[in-house]
Design a protein around this ligand. Structure first.
Ligand code: PXG
Length: 459
């Protein structure tokens, strides 16, 4: 590639002329121009001007093994030379998806042993929705097709993903959602717990909202409940430990399938391979993508529990569903090598026993006390910082979401990439972060908070 022949300004102009970015106000972007990231190494990304930025978001929640892994490039290159593509339709297969499926069955919870591939988390959730509805139809209950989800959930950007998700601005642009999907309250104690309500009790109450929705629809009409174990794009909302076991108990009571969307949490982020293990639950489907390849190739895997797969296999006939790139040989080769790296370097254990607890402690000791911070929380290497005007009353700066953007911009200017969503700052770093990297991040975030506080006080 010869992008080096272009100046930053030229690249920005061409970008503005031809490239429609995801989730972007295009007019605004054209006025300021894109930041162009040109390379990356380990935990750092570098822009076209050579600025080094510590990547607190692992790309977009995905680069778990960090950047610059030659082994992954070599795995892709070798596979491309041997067999760049063949499909897995029409009773064909290629070796890498076969071996990856075996590996995923080994890593997944015991009752999960089948895998359906796509290229993105959105596609995998489409598959999951079609599959659970198909399951109930095969079981002779086609009317059992409603799905319960949560407000502010993110399940992707296709029509099914948007409909499953609970993001209101996205729904407004949908022009008609997939029918029979309802959204209940999220387990977000910081804003929704009642005065004096314990974390435990709040978790049980948030789960009760699922039961209420089942009863309102009639259990005979409800196919499944879907949720992110920890809501990611919605603001790293970590449920109380009481929540998921109670949701599972309710789903079992009413014979409702449990669908877990682990697109962000899968492959180590919470200190276990899957957050299902962190929260001690046994979902019927687990949607995964992102860190499956550490983002080096687009690939998603819907992990299917034995209950659903048994019916699909034994009663199903042909399931009219699949993608050209289902089980793409190159993406699967990269996934196999990526999982090998995570295992070889013990990254999941490291998050559980070392960097995860250290991250939690560092956020508490170094960030939580800041005047702009209402709460910090984390699980594994996934964290949130609530930005407030008043710590005691939890009052926010207006307009909503404006203060977090000020913090984010100062953070990026000081070499720290993190995300602002609403009034919450989000961190989801590569799992290769060490205690030293966490210290470096806290230094930069504390600096950004100081500068943002000075700006915001002038308002
Ligand atoms: N489920 C979850 C839980 C996700 O976080 C998807 C599904 C969809 O995956 P694909 O691969 O189709 O994008 C996601 C994606 C953000 C952000 O702003 C988060 C995602 C994607 C883009 C932006 O935090 N998550």
């Amino acid at each position: 590639m010869t992008y080096q022949n272009y100046s930053l300004k030229q690249l920005q102009q061409i970008d503005a002329a031809h490239h429609l970015h995801p989730f972007t106000d295009h007019k605004e972007l054209r006025e300021i121009g894109s930041r162009i990231i040109t390379r990356a190494e380990g935990p750092f990304i570098y822009d076209s001007e050579g600025t080094e930025i510590l990547d607190g978001m692992a790309g977009l929640w995905c680069v778990n093994v960090g950047y610059g892994r030659d082994e992954l490039a070599d795995a892709a290159s070798a596979q491309m030379k041997e067999l760049p593509y063949y499909n897995s339709f029409f009773k064909c297969s290629t070796p890498t998806p076969v071996l990856l499926s075996k590996k995923l069955a080994e890593l997944a919870p015991k009752h999960v042993s089948q895998v359906f591939y796509g290229s993105s988390g959105s596609e995998a959730n489409d598959t999951a929705l079609r599959l659970v509805r198909h399951y109930w139809a095969l079981e002779g209950k086609p009317e059992k097709n409603r799905v319960i989800s949560r407000k502010s959930a993110y399940h992707g950007s296709t029509i099914a993903g948007t409909s499953l998700g609970g993001m209101e601005p996205m729904h407004k642009q949908l022009g008609g959602a997939v029918p029979n999907i309802v959204h209940v309250m999220m387990p977000y104690a910081y804003e929704l717990a009642l005065p004096g309500e314990s974390d435990h009790d709040f978790g049980i109450r948030a789960a009760k909202a699922v039961e209420d929705a089942i009863l309102e629809a009639g259990a005979e009409n409800v196919a499944a409940f879907i949720g992110e174990p920890v809501m990611g794009a919605g603001g790293v909302k970590i449920p109380p430990m009481s929540y998921w076991p109670e949701v599972q108990r309710i789903c079992r009571k009413y014979d409702v399938l449990l669908m877990l969307d682990e697109v962000i949490t899968g492959y180590g982020r919470t200190g276990e391979w899957f957050a299902a293990q962190t929260f001690g639950i046994e979902p019927d489907t687990i949607t995964t993508a992102k860190a499956l390849t550490s983002g080096y190739q687009p690939l998603s895997a819907l992990l299917v529990g034995d209950r659903v797969s048994k019916t699909l296999v034994e009663k199903g006939g042909e399931f009219y569903h699949g993608y050209t790139y289902s089980g793409h040989p190159v993406a699967c080769a990269v996934a196999l090598k990526n999982l090998e790296i995570i295992e070889r370097e013990g990254l999941v254990d490291r998050v559980k026993n070392d960097t995860g607890p250290y991250f939690a402690q560092a956020l508490q000791e170094r960030i939580a006390g800041h005047s702009l911070v209402g709460e910090v929380r984390s699980i594994g290497l996934m964290g949130a910082i609530e930005i407030v005007k008043d710590k005691a009353t939890k009052e926010r700066y207006l307009p909503s979401g404006s203060a977090a953007v000020v913090v984010r911009d100062h953070a990026i200017a000081h070499g720290m990439m993190l995300r602002a969503t609403g009034d919450t700052m989000i961190l989801s770093p590569p799992l290769i972060w060490t205690r030293e990297t966490i210290d470096m991040a806290c230094d930069r975030i504390a600096k950004a908070l100081d500068l943002a506080a000075a700006d915001l006080r002038k308002r």
